[in-house]
Design a protein around this ligand. Sequence first.
Ligand code: NCD
Length: 365
Amino acid sequence: MVTPTTEPLHALYRQHILSVEQCTPPLLEALFAQAQAFARRIEAGQSTTVLDGAVVANLFYEASTRTDLSFQAAVQRLGGRIITTAGGVHYSSVTKGESLPDTVKTIACYADAIVIRHPLQGAAREAADASDALGLTLGRAVPIINAGDGIGEHPTQALLDLYTIKDRFGPRLDGLTIGFTGDLRNGRTVHSLIKLLAIDGDQVRLICMAPEALAMPHEYVQFARSRGIEVAETDDLLTVIGDLDVLYVTRVQKERFVSQHLEDLALRAFGTHLDYLDTETQRALRPVAEIHAAREYERASASYIIDEMIMRLAKPDMILMHPLPRVTEIPADIDQDARAYYFRQVQNGLFIRMALMAAVLRRQG
Ligand code: NCD
């Protein structure tokens, strides 16, 4: 077997990691090989000190368990250190009205990299611009790692997802059928994963299964199709479940519904974006948006539940994936099924983030 070279990892050194669009097939191969090497070291009980002396800041404006803690664990297992505001951003100067760029510029003075999660799409880009602007004055821009920006992207989750699929099916995925279900409209993990599969370039077949209100945004379907990947769309899981090699389930993103309904109401009632309305009017629209959102959530969350009956219709060697947290979409008794792969994803998240942070912070080779 030819060992992939670590050279493509040089491309990540001191770079912001904002989107999977920064990836190339050789880079993915090198990153996955590195992740596997770290996995072996951990299994063998060996420690590493590649990030000795490095300080990374986690800046999370949204709830997180896996992403936050796996970045912390990854950096610490590499011998680096993590800093965060005690009690999360709610105890930082954000509550005093500090802007995102100012917060980022401040933290960039203390840390070698900043891992950011934010409810607004584009926030990671804004943080990167702030870091670059400070870099012009201080002579050194601090890399920003996107750990989820609203309904935009979640690149490190997609990396660990693809790594998990390849770990199970081998490095080439040609001929596999991969299904996505749940909230494909608001789920940033599937947005990044569909793009990453297309960039990786193997001839997979994708099936997006969601009710119309939660359908995969056209731009992602287009992205995959423009790279020669076949994408089918349906709202009927039962007719396709038997064809799938991978079923990737997502949570219905309840927290995104209210803001979307607010935006829709503003457009319908006033013909303008919510941001252009005064605070009084925005506040008045909220109860109506909440009622609409609750109704839609009830309907959507009951749409696809992967229970034993559905699993009986699936291939015996299909794998069932979920970025977690799950709510009702996969009942806990499915965890015993050998096809349940979501906790392997969790474990692989550590190895992938170790490989990524090592490449961003230390010149390889
Ligand atoms: C996801 C996220 O935050 O986008 N979780 C994760 O990072 N593993 C999925 C979700 O919140 O549903």
